[in-house]
Design a protein around this ligand. Structure first.
Ligand SMILES: Cc1ncc(COP(=O)(O)O)c(C=O)c1O
Length: 405
């Protein structure tokens, strides 16, 4: 390809087509070589799944069939009903819960908090909005994901309604600071660890099934192609009461295509819904739920292995205990102050990405910049960790030289 990649996407609307074959050639030339790379064994950025061939095949079939999963009486709806029941079973949640596949944990959390808001404030929140409501508080860990702030804002509660609770030294929530006796709605964000019940580390999520609502991601540790998440709500009536609007043209019938007991559109935001369910259903059928748990065990073991390598290395320092499969570390050089160490590690993250060896990202932990390695990747092997540590050894001094001039 000649010219820069962004420039190759600057052309105007094509009024006449070039044909499918030529369009596909453009995909191969301009898109495929420049994707995110998260199907690679050493992609450990943010927290992403890496997809599977079975998921790819399911997506091809799903888009070829192209059904609308808003509702109706057809097999794809039954696939989604079965897959959400399977997921509830996998995480030890009642299979009587109402469940819905969504775009990811952000939407799952928004739906869960919307049901909580309706359940706490009553039906007038749908007719009158928040008029007359004094305050609503959402208690969460100080380390809670940023999507909860978005949810509070979108639900009209405002960012100020999010009250952040202290965490222990290992960054876990001080659950004793949650007040069960106050009758709060308990919502669990299980975006990363929600399916740990399938793994040998199931103790880490003991008690999760007590939640009134639960948000899960399937495109993270469960490896489904993006995007797909899941929300479960214990009280089906409360869930439906939050979202159901059935205009005349969408009335459910007792026969024909508009039959069907459950219309997903009554439980969430979207009316038209794609066949995300197939990529999860087919993967669970092909590999079995236990294989997914085994991936969690394997990637957790890899994280502990990386932690060992870091702990044994004179130029590396771990910045947090390993909970499951995320390792936070930094490159350390004597004589540099904290600000310089932050700058060195920010530069190091970029150098590692640009080297093509691995993708890791940055975060801040207790005021210190950390190189964050999120190994939710079923393709990672122990040798990949050695290559990564070797890259840190090689690129660390270069990052120091860039920062200190
Ligand atoms: C704890 C947590 N909650 C919510 C989210 C948002 O999930 P999604 O990106 O699927 O919307 C993430 C993303 O990684 C997360 O880690």
């Amino acid at each position: 390809m000649t010219g820069s990649v962004p420039d190759s996407f600057a052309g105007p609307l094509p009024r006449e087509g070039i044909g499918a074959e030529a369009a596909y050639a453009e995909v191969l030339a301009r898109v495929v070589p420049y994707t995110m790379g998260n199907d690679h064994a050493r992609f450990w950025g943010w927290y992403m799944g890496t997809g599977t061939p079975v998921g790819n095949l399911a997506d091809l079939v799903a888009s070829a069939l192209n059904p609308n999963l808003g509702g109706g009486d057809h097999a794809p709806v039954l696939v989604e009903q079965q897959v959400v029941r399977w997921c509830a079973e996998a995480v030890g949640y009642p299979t009587s819960a109402s469940c819905l596949l969504v775009s990811g944990a952000s939407e799952a959390n928004l739906v869960g908090l919307a049901v909580a808001r309706s359940a706490v404030l009553g039906p007038t929140v749908r007719t009158e909005g928040l008029a007359g409501v004094w305050t609503v508080a959402v208690y969460a860990s100080s380390e809670v994901h940023s999507c909860h702030r978005k949810s509070c804002e979108l639900l009209g509660l405002g960012e100020a309604s999010l009250r952040l609770l202290p965490v222990h030294e290992d960054q876990t929530l001080d659950v004793a600071a949650l007040a069960q006796r106050e009758g709060l709605w308990l919502h669990v964000d299980g975006a990363i660890g929600g399916f740990l019940g399938l793994s040998a580390h199931r103790d880490l999520v003991r008690g999760m099934a007590r939640a009134d609502s639960l948000a899960l991601d399937l495109h993270t540790w469960m490896q489904a192609p993006m995007d797909v998440g899941l929300v479960l709500v214990r009280d089906e009536a409360a869930h439906r009461a939050t979202f159901s609007v059935v205009p005349a043209y969408l009335r459910h019938a007792t026969r024909g295509l508009a039959a069907g007991d459950v219309w997903f559109t009554e439980y969430g935001i979207d009316l038209t819904r794609g066949f995300r369910a197939l990529r999860v259903w087919m993967a669970l059928l092909a590999h079995g739920a236990d294989a997914h748990g085994a991936v969690m065990d394997r990637t957790t073991a890899l994280a502990y292995r990386l932690a060992e390598l870091v702990d044994g290395h004179p130029a590396l320092e771990r910045l947090a205990p390993v909970g499951c499969d995320i390792v936070c570390l930094r490159y350390r050089v004597d004589g540099l102050d904290e600000e310089q160490l932050d700058a060195v590690n920010r530069e190091l993250v970029l150098l590692v990405q640009e080297s093509g060896v691995a993708v890791v990202t940055e975060t801040t932990l207790r005021g210190r910049l950390a190189v964050r390695v999120a190994i939710g990747n079923h393709r990672t092997r122990p040798e990949d960790l050695d290559l990564f540590v070797a890259a840190l050894e090689r690129l660390g001094p270069r990052a120091v030289a860039i920062v200190t001039g």
